[in-house]
Every structure is written in structure tokens, then in C-alpha cells.
Design a protein around this ligand. Structure first.
Ligand SMILES: [Zn+2]
Length: 304
């Protein structure tokens, strides 16, 4: 049964959640007499930020709104605040995040990241997969950085690539001075072995490439197989030659997919064990990466 204190605290918590950018829906406040709904249940649970007390106990003991706010914030950061509850309580929500395989999915993530299609997303059939809030938000810095590298490396061979560069990546790069310095420090003229032409090469941080590409492969794995690739299954990322022909040689035997014409093309195959696979990811007809998973990811080399 709802008491006056419960309702007052729930209203405060709901307001704080909204102010902190959580997506609280009316369902979160469903009070039907026997149940206080997700927020009501949540304020009666122990909170780590309150030393194991519940928000209700803290409120009744006279905790200020600042204290309540900081407890709500830390719950939002750890992904345990009520923006996850409505989904977690529905049948759908038993579904786990297909990227970390650990937390309940509460949102959908674009695979590859939406920003890789800047300027060309209208009318595109983008692939989305269930993800937790942490995986979804946590990757945006990596994604933005990777987009800059992809744009620099792809150049502007296609309309889509030019749009990504002009409408997205260039602005990002101008905003990020540390990254400009890093690119400048590692840039060097190299001779392209294929054409003999001089071109500018620069270092792309292996850890960023690894995180972005393995995440895309995990997302695609779920998209095509309907099952998350367990987090314990390793992924190894290797750079392939720019513009690798996905329809030639052994790659022709794989399955193929594309999003946005030349913006993103990929080839893939997964072994009988359901986890060991090869994902070849190509962006704007240029930069190409191999992501090998499971048994295929064991062995030497690669960006891991
Ligand atoms: Zn996740």
C-alpha cells in the first residue's frame, strides 16, 4: 500500500530521473493499490550509494534531495535505475544485451554506428540490435574517433564517403584537438606498394579499432544468428587491404550483406559450433577489417 511518504519520494525520484535524462514512461509510475510499480519497487531496494539502505529508509531518515539525487545518479551510471525496469519486467526484456551478453537489453544499438552513415541515413535500412544502456552510450567516443580514421583513410571515393567526411568526421576532428595532435605526430609519407604513389599514413590506435570492429561483429552475429556471441568468446581484429574485393577468392564463398550501398559492405561465415566465425567489414569501399571469433580468434597476430 502506498503511503504519503512513498508517493512523495516517488514523485521526487521521478523528477530527478527525468532531469538526469532517464526515459521514464507513465508505466513506471503505475500504482494499482497492490503495487507501486517499478519506481516504487526500486526505492524499496537497498542502494550501494546509500550504504545498503533503501531510498525510502534514507528519505524517512531525513536525507536531503541532494543525497537522493546522487544515489539516483550512481544508479543511472551503473545501469540499475528504473529506466531499465519496464523492459526488464516484460517478456521481451529477458533478452540480454547482445554486445556484452551480461546486462538486460534496454535499448537498440545501430550496427555499424549510425555516424558512419552521416548524411545518407534517410531511407536506409539500418541494422539495430538489442543492447544495454551502458554498451549503447559507452561506445560513442570510440565510434566518433573511428569515424574520423575511416573518413581519413577512405577519402571521398563515393558520395556516401564524402558525406560522412564533410558532414560528420571533419566537424568531429575540428572539435578534438588531442586527436589532431595524435594524428599529426604519427603521420608519415609512405609509398603505396600497389600503385607506387606517395600517400599520407597515420597511426590508428589498435585498441579503438579492436573495440569498434569487434562490437560490430558481435552485433552482426546477433542480427544473423539470433543469439548473442557470449562475452567469453574472443574476437581478433586484423586490418585487411583497403578495398578488398569481398566477392573474390575464398570470400566469395561467404554470406554477404550491405547497408547503404557502398557505405558498409560485409561478408561473413560462422562454423558449426555457432561461435567461431569470420566477419569481413568494409567501409566506404576502402578500409577493411577481418574480425575472427571463437576458435578462429586463437593464434598469433591481430589487434587484440
Ligand atoms: Zn551491454
Amino acid at each position: 500500500m502506498a503511503t504519503g511518504d512513498d508517493l512523495k519520494l516517488m514523485a521526487i525520484v521521478r523528477r530527478i530521473l527525468l532531469e538526469e535524462g532517464s526515459e521514464v514512461t507513465p508505466d513506471d509510475l503505475d500504482i494499482d493499490g497492490s503495487s507501486l510499480g517499478p519506481i516504487g519497487a526500486w526505492i524499496a531496494q537497498p542502494h550501494a550509494a546509500l550504504g545498503g539502505s533503501t531510498l525510502m529508509e534514507a528519505y524517512r531518515a531525513g536525507a536531503s534531495e541532494d543525497i537522493i539525487r546522487s544515489a539516483v545518479r550512481s544508479a543511472l551510471e551503473s545501469g540499475t535505475a528504473p529506466r531499465h525496469l519496464p523492459l526488464a519486467m516484460s517478456a521481451q526484456a529477458q533478452q540480454l544485451c547482445c554486445l556484452c551478453g551480461a546486462a538486460p537489453a534496454s535499448t537498440r544499438d545501430h550496427v555499424p554506428p549510425r555516424g558512419f552513415f552521416k548524411g545518407s541515413t534517410a531511407g536506409l535500412q539500418l541494422i539495430t540490435v538489442p543492447a544495454c544502456q551502458l554498451c549503447n552510450n559507452g561506445a560513442s567516443v570510440d565510434d566518433e574517433e573511428m569515424r574520423i580514421y575511416l573518413a581519413m583513410e577512405a577519402g571521398k571515393p563515393t558520395v556516401e564517403a564524402a558525406a560522412m567526411w564533410d558532414q560528420g568526421a571533419l566537424k568531429s576532428l575540428k572539435r578534438r584537438q588531442a586527436l589532431q595532435g595524435q594524428i599529426g605526430r604519427t603521420a608519415a609519407e609512405v609509398k603505396d606498394p600497389a600503385t607506387g604513389e606517395e600517400r599520407l599514413a597515420f597511426m590508428i590506435p589498435a585498441d579503438v579499432v579492436h573495440r569498434v570492429m569487434s562490437r560490430i561483429a558481435r552485433g552482426l552475429h546477433f542480427h544473423h544468428l539470433g543469439q548473442p556471441l557470449p562475452a567469453s568468446v574472443p574476437a581478433k581484429v586484423d586490418k585487411a587491404e583497403n578495398g578488398t574485393d569481398l566477392q573474390a577468392g575464398d570470400l566469395a564463398l561467404l554470406n554477404h550483406g550491405a547497408v547503404g550501398g557502398t557505405a558498409f559492405r560485409y561478408a561473413w561465415g560462422v562454423d558449426q559450433d555457432g561461435v567461431s566465425g569470420l566477419w569481413v567489414l568494409q567501409f566506404h569501399a576502402g578500409p577493411t577489417y577481418y574480425v575472427q571469433t571463437g576458435m578462429n580468434a586463437q593464434g598469433q597476430g591481430g589487434i587484440s
